[in-house]
Design a protein around this ligand. Structure first.
Ligand SMILES: C[S@@+](CC[C@H](N)C(=O)[O-])C[C@H]1O[C@@H](n2cnc3c(N)ncnc32)[C@H](O)[C@@H]1O
Length: 425
């Protein structure tokens, strides 16, 4: 029998202490092993790498020599060891404690059903940072090298946020510090810690029905009238619909809108939860973008300047929309884009050089001409077709990652479908 015992700094409750007292093998981080009473005669394994610890657990279970207890922080079913045990075919008994995230929001005195929780533990910090750029209330599970200082560096100065850094929650060195991203870069921090990244005016949030991010927008490819624009310089709704489909903006992404004009593409990407930057050289248009951003209640960074030079100062994008700029700009965007680049063009002569710029940077390029005719009323209750200008959309994708390897069959304890927790009955 494997029991996973969550630890949050409080004395272990009776069921957990009883399991521990019977254990033959106790596995856990050094600070967890030091905090509990390991029974005499039990072997201990200090969890460094998860793989090596799981191998020890497998061996013990094979020997069937007695109970195994795994000590883990907070709720081990939440970004914790329970998944790894399940993947090895074990069916652990789980006795959770309070998650560090619940403790952190409690220390801040904030509700958190509307908070995003992201993990930079053993993962790239980039997605966590993009989530913090786009969302007003994020809890970041950190790791050494991906903690408050690194978050602060990534968010300062464009993103005014308050950090609540919660160190060693429930432990002997617990400390809760409120600071700005800039301060976070200059202070030493103790592990483990959770960082709450809050957009001050919006940290209480609205009452909702779903935990985490709000559901996506109920409609997109909004009409041109939804954006203030100059002389109809706004990507038409039909073209925007197709561009958004190719960009695929989502939480954790960074999207650039180059030659943003009214900012309509950047704003729609932000409505999907992506972090977005609108790049525009014309100061008046920048003001207009800011007004549109405010009107839509989203966060979009506006970067005034000329591509490609200005791109050096921007964080790497997952996807880029180029509404203005020649092949040189397209190529510079393609060199940086991690997933896709979408270019809208009016002139046929630009199509070939744009395709070439995308393929030169290793993207697989395609193109389509889009032309919509909208129904327009005429006197006498009849309609005519009002043609919008044809637009070429050229796009390039980095080759999709190979599909993930199939999960190894849980070799140890075969389960019937009905026993699987995910089974749909
Ligand atoms: C692998 S995750 C485990 C999360 C855990 N299952 C939970 O519910 O809290 C590890 C991260 O949790 C956070 N963490 C765990 N225990 C903590 C504590 N006592 N104080 C602050 N942060 C903690 C840190 O961000 C740490 O890097």
């Amino acid at each position: 029998m494997i029991t996973v015992v969550g630890y949050d700094g409080s004395p272990l409750p009776a069921p957990a202490s009883e399991r521990l007292a019977r254990a033959r093998l106790v596995v856990g981080g050094a600070r967890h092993l030091a905090a509990v009473r390991v029974p005499p005669g039990a072997r201990t394994v200090v969890m460094g790498g998860v793989g090596a610890a799981l191998d020890e657990i497998d061996k013990e279970v094979d020997k069937a020599s007695g109970d195994v207890v795994v000590l883990a922080s907070g709720d081990p079913g939440f970004f914790g060891i329970v998944r790894a045990l399940r993947e090895r075919g074990h069916e652990p008994h789980v006795l959770p404690a309070l998650s560090s995230v619940a403790q952190a929001f409690a220390r801040a005195g904030l509700p958190w059903d509307d908070a995003l929780v992201v993990s930079a533990h053993g993962r790239d910090l980039r997605r966590a940072v993009n989530a913090c750029r786009a969302h007003p209330k994020v809890a970041v599970l950190t790791a050494p090298g991906a903690g408050p200082a690194e978050l602060g560096r990534a968010l300062f100065p464009q993103h005014p946020r308050t950090f609540v850094v919660c160190e060693d929650l429930g432990g002997p060195s617990e400390r809760v510090v409120r600071c700005r991203p800039a301060e976070a870069t200059t202070r030493p921090w103790r592990d483990p810690n959770v960082v709450l990244v809050l957009d001050s005016g919006r940290s209480v949030g609205e009452r909702g029905w779903i935990a985490g991010a709000r559901p996506g927008p109920s409609s997109w490819a909004l009409p041109e009238e939804a954006f203030e624009h100059r002389n109809s310089v706004v990507t038409k709704a039909e073209v925007r619909a197709f561009a958004l489909a190719r960009l695929g903006p989502r939480i954790g992404d960074m999207v650039w809108d180059i030659g943003a004009g009214s900012g309509s593409v950047a704003i729609e990407c932000a409505r999907f939860g992506a972090a977005a930057v609108a790049v525009e050289r014309d100061p008046e248009s920048c003001d207009r973008i800011r007004a549109n951003v405010r009107a839509h209640g989203v966060r979009v960074a506006v970067s005034r300047g000329e591509a490609p030079a200005i791109l050096d100062h921007l964080p790497d994008p997952d996807a880029v929309f180029v509404g203005g700029g020649g092949p040189e700009v397209v190529r510079a965007c393609a060199a940086r884009a991690l997933r896709s680049v979408v270019v809208a063009l009016a002139s046929v002569e630009r199509v070939r050089p744009t395709l070439d710029a995308l393929t030169a940077e290793g993207l697989t390029a395609q193109a389509v001409q889009l032309q919509a005719s909208r129904l327009s009323p005429l006197p006498g209750d009849v309609h005519r077709l009002a043609a919008t200008n044809p637009v070429f959309v050229v796009w390039g994708d980095r080759d999709a990652a190979p599909p993930p390897a199939p999960r190894p069959e849980p070799a140890r304890r075969p389960q019937t479908l009905a026993e699987l927790p995910e089974a749909d009955h």
